[in-house]
Design a protein around this ligand. Structure first.
Ligand SMILES: Nc1ncnc2c1ncn2[C@@H]1O[C@H](COP(=O)(O)OP(=O)(O)OP(=O)(O)O)[C@@H](O)[C@H]1O
Length: 254
């Protein structure tokens, strides 16, 4: 599986001072959680990693090759992104939407094959939306749409999964099953990098954490070192109470 690295990366947020350059390496098997207050640049970072936005400076590489020198089709075989906001511009069913994930693997105008259909059906099953397969996506609830978006990424089957707040709109059971699925994907050799606002989901399911501060400071490392109340209180400007449950830290507002 491919490794995505950033070298001295500064994301481009208009009017913002450069802050700390990011030197990250997304390794197979890792689940990264990106935490920071609203507007700090988490989505901008995700889009920059995906090659959808120019960085202000620094380099991005996939397996040591500059991202900009790799054909987009090859990039999309190796890296996929679940957006925070989706516009379902044209009417498509849940199954048709998931099958869009196979496009990087097909030649232009090639129809999806039986194996593509099987991959999509398996992903719909894994995200608990197979009963909705013939429904138009624009008729789904927020949580159902979120699960279809993750199923589409699963159908794409890249080595690097980028997800912008993938547990948004999900009820507790589906939050847990999505986080478990992401962990399982990492266990099978993928790298997962997600933004989220829930400290307790991050503490339970992420092994690497990137903290992004409003003044441009950033720090990253193993979750057990990053997820400590003083750092998180500074990050969010919110007093926290913490305890350990089942071997993981939990945080509640103080
Ligand atoms: N096209 C743009 N022009 C000007 N400012 C922008 C543009 N796009 C984003 N920004 C600003 O860049 C900053 C970072 O936005 P971004 O969406 O990356 O934050 P975020 O950390 O993902 O926030 P949230 O937690 O609210 O999703 C914000 O202040 C936003 O207003």
């Amino acid at each position: 599986m491919a490794i995505l690295t950033t070298e001295e990366l500064i994301i481009d947020i208009p009017g913002r001072a450069p802050g700390v350059p990011l030197n990250l390496s997304l390794q197979p098997g890792q689940v990264w959680g990106v935490l920071g207050p609203n507007g700090v640049g988490k989505t901008t970072l995700l889009h920059t990693l995906a090659g959808l936005r120019e960085p202000r400076s620094g380099e991005l590489s996939l397996d040591d090759k500059p991202l900009t020198e790799i054909r987009r089709k090859l990039v999309s075989q190796q890296m996929g992104l679940v957006f925070q906001d989706r516009q379902d511009g044209f009417p498509a069913t849940v199954l048709e939407t998931a099958l869009i994930g196979r496009h990087p693997w097909l030649s232009p105008w090639q129809m999806e094959r039986g194996e593509d259909l099987a991959i999509a059906e398996q992903a719909l099953e894994a995200l608990d939306v197979s009963h909705l397969r013939d429904r138009l996506v624009n008729t789904l609830s927020g949580g159902e749409r979120q699960r279809v978006a993750i199923a589409t990424l699963m159908t794409q089957a890249p080595g690097i999964w980028l997800l912008d707040e993938p547990t948004n709109h999900l009820d507790l059971r589906h939050q847990t099953s999505v986080m478990k699925l992401l962990r399982n994907q990492a266990a099978s050799g993928r790298a997962v990098f997600l933004c989220l606002h829930d400290l307790n989901l991050a503490a339970r399911w992420c092994d690497q954490i990137l903290l992004m501060f409003p003044d441009g400071q950033a720090c990253w490392g193993p979750a057990r070192d990053m997820l400590v109340a003083p750092a998180l209180e500074k990050l969010f400007g919110q007093r926290l109470l913490s305890a350990e449950l089942d071997g993981f830290p939990v945080f509640v507002p103080g």
